[in-house]
Design a protein around this ligand. Structure first.
Ligand SMILES: C[S@@+](CC[C@H](N)C(=O)[O-])C[C@H]1O[C@@H](n2cnc3c(N)ncnc32)[C@H](O)[C@@H]1O
Length: 196
């Protein structure tokens, strides 16, 4: 903070436009917008932040691997985060939220399966490689085993402690920008289990 006669200058950190810029640069950007899943750029920044958390910190999950299964918990009315991962990887994404306005596969959106149910209310018959929660009101589902969990919590805590990686992503256009990552893979230097 600096003080000059009559003025106080206070530096205030502001979010970056990196994810908005990225959306414009992507080949799939227009396809993502055309889904109609994103009402504004704020929602884009949240879903992209989850995507980049995985890309940067869960490198054992290869984007080109069609066998990777992802569960997105609390995706909202529309499967925004699921679509983000589907358009940007070869993965199959299960979007699970009782508020979803879709059920089953969506025409024009490949590899996104919508399940308008509460997580845990139905046996989805798989342990996913990755669990993603973006401002979910459901806690991290401890009954599912996965190689990694990425949580960007909001007003309701995700319920888990001691993430392996935790940071604020200033690309997120919301005050709720804390990113928490647990990794359970055999990646060198990564703990194999964590207390829930
Ligand atoms: C604040 S909204 C976030 C929606 C979206 N992820 C977003 O960022 O815009 C929280 C979501 O959690 C969902 N939710 C609450 N309990 C849930 C549960 N048990 N299983 C799955 N989703 C749940 C709600 O239906 C709601 O859509």
């Amino acid at each position: 903070m600096s003080v000059k006669t009559g003025f106080i200058n206070v530096p205030v950190r502001v979010p970056t436009a990196k994810y908005a810029d990225e959306l414009l640069s992507l080949k799939c950007g227009t396809d993502l917008i055309a889904t109609g899943f994103f009402p504004n750029l704020k929602e884009v920044t949240e879903s992209f932040a989850a995507y980049w958390a995985v890309r940067r910190h869960c490198k054992f999950l290869k984007t080109y691997d069609p066998d990777v299964r992802v569960v997105v918990v609390g995706d909202g009315h529309k499967p925004r985060t699921a679509a983000t991962f589907a358009f940007r990887t070869a993965w199959t994404i299960y979007s699970i939220d009782p508020a979803l306005k879709y059920s089953g596969y969506i025409p024009g959106v490949q590899r996104v399966l919508c399940m308008p149910i509460k997580i845990g209310s139905f046996d989805i018959g798989l342990n996913p490689d990755l669990i993603v929660l973006v401002h979910s009101h459901a806690p991290i589902p401890s009954h599912l085993k996965s190689q990694a969990v990425v949580s960007i919590p909001c007003c309701i805590p995700d319920g888990w402690k001691l993430p392996h990686v935790e940071y604020d992503d200033w690309g997120i256009w919301s005050d709720l920008r804390r990113v928490r990552i647990w990794r359970f893979s055999q990646e060198p230097g990564v703990a194999s289990q964590v207390a829930a």
